[in-house]
Design a binder for this molecule. Sequence first.
Ligand code: NAP
Length: 290
Amino acid sequence: MKKLLITGASGFLGWHLCQLAKQEWEVYGTYFSHRQEISGIKMLKVNLTDFQELKDIFNDIQPAAVIHTAAQSQPNICQTHPQESHLINVTASCNIAGLCADNAIPCAYTSTDLVFDGLKAPYRETDPVNPINIYGEQKVQAETGMLERYPLTAVCRMPLMFGMATPTSRSFIQPLIETLKAGKELSLFIDEFRTPANVTTASKGLLLALEKVNGYIHLGGKERISRYEFGRLLAEVFQLSADKLTSCRQEDVKMAAPRPADVSLDSSQAFALGYQPLSIKAELETLINI
Ligand SMILES: NC(=O)c1ccc[n+]([C@@H]2O[C@H](COP(=O)([O-])OP(=O)(O)OC[C@H]3O[C@@H](n4cnc5c(N)ncnc54)[C@H](OP(=O)(O)O)[C@@H]3O)[C@@H](O)[C@H]2O)c1
């Protein structure tokens, strides 16, 4: 089997991606602060912001392909720690593209729907970006910097993702389920829209993009939904009472990083390539017993 390097294997997406990728690849995964073992994966501790460490793993492993998921993925932290987050989100990403170019190997990068301003959804790959927070700005800088260094990079714009919790990470649905189970008040935005995807489905999309895409591709889910409607669907699928679920508006909650209202992705290009998300309800149903 050929060697695949997955950065951020200790993260939510990276962990799920490793579970799928190991069926076809000899997978090397990186972690930084969350040490862990993943069955069938060779895990390495790497600070990706240290260029020497990065070069060393490329030399040691000699990967046949790279999927770069590692990031400071929390918009509020990027907003309050712009320099620190720039190092991992922009500098390291560009360096990874450069090393992939030097070795002429496929490279897929996980960008975000938050590169858009949320005013003109649904967004296609050709639509102009206009991020409204620092995280989104950094992802745009990484996208363009990586493509400058290596035009063959697959720049995958990921949607909001949900799925099973991993040993060291979880998605936005776990706190929602806990709150609903505890019968506590839960208030979700009725005016914030996304095209969420199951992380396992999105991981399949990434592996497809690694093989078939050069340039931008959107890996959104099949449906556009508000956070509030998503919460209602989640309660229904997990058979939890939605009595304490209420709606609120973005303007009611102040966060360090502003959030765009509607960054729904038009992912028809990926669908045509064989990326096949189910309806949100059907994707949630796959998670009931795990
Ligand atoms: N989750 C979503 O809904 C979503 C939506 C759109 C786009 N994305 C993008 O998808 C990717 C994965 O997101 P995620 O939710 O899986 O993120 P996550 O759970 O926060 O994981 C981030 C990963 O990056 C690693 N990392 C951070 N700083 C590092 C450094 N200096 N050196 C080496 N590794 C470092 C972390 O390692 P340690 O934990 O071991 O330190 C972890 O493995 C990110 O690029 C994110 O921007 C995610």
